[in-house]
Design a protein around this ligand. Structure first.
Ligand code: PRP
Ligand code: MN
Ligand code: MG
Length: 182
């Protein structure tokens, strides 16, 4: 892959920085959940890379399941209207659930997902996100594990897309404005 991709204004987080931080989060999660291994719930599609790299750093007998939800469609702004495209295959009642996300932007996706999963009677629900944009948050959400707080710019790569492209970039970069404006 070209580094950086021509549509990337600048690289925000290198592959090495991401992996180093996931080492820390994986160890922290393994310690926190030593007595009650969690079921990791990855939020498709953005969380695929984080889930794959984080799960391999949690030295516990975890389970993995997936939900697909979408609130962005092809634009750069969250609609706040969340649709379930694929539900869990697991009954999470009485379970310790750890949601794995790539990014919390407005927080609307996660707010909806938390209330949806809590209604299924799990023992606990916590969140691990690689990225969070504090300045963009439209709702307050208590997030236990945050990889990096980032500025309010449109980021792509490492699972994150713009109109379904760029998910396979191994780093997180800021998308050039010219790509989505004008
Ligand atoms: C993106 C991202 C998060 C969510 C964050 O998903 O992966 O799930 O938006 O935005 P929010 O905090 O403003 O709600 P998207 O809906 O684009 O679907 P995708 O993961 O398939 O790209
Ligand atoms: Mn997503
Ligand atoms: Mg998206």
């Amino acid at each position: 892959l070209m580094h950086p991709h021509p549509d990337v204004d600048h690289v925000l987080l290198t592959e090495q920085q991401i992996h180093d931080r996931l080492d820390e989060l994986g160890a922290q999660i393994a310690a926190d959940y030593a007595d009650q291994p969690p079921i990791l719930v990855g939020v498709l599609k953005g969380a695929v890379m984080v889930m794959a790299d984080l799960a391999r750093r949690i030295d516990l007998k975890v389970e993995m399941d997936w939900m697909a939800v979408s609130s962005y469609g092809s634009g750069t702004k969250s609609s706040g209207v969340v649709r379930i495209l694929k539900d869990l295959g697991t009954d999470i009642s009485g379970r310790d659930v750890l949601i794995v996300e790539d990014i919390i932007d407005s927080g609307l996706t996660l707010k909806w997902l938390l209330s949806n999963l809590r209604s299924r009677g799990p023992r606990s629900v916590e969140v691990c996100t690689l990225l969070r944009k504090p300045e963009a948050a439209r709702v307050e959400i208590d997030v236990r594990y945050v990889g990096f707080e980032i500025p309010p710019e449109f980021v792509i790569g490492y699972g994150l897309d713009y109109a379904e492209a760029y998910r396979n970039l191994p780093y997180v970069g800021v998308l050039k404005r010219s790509v989505y404006e004008g």
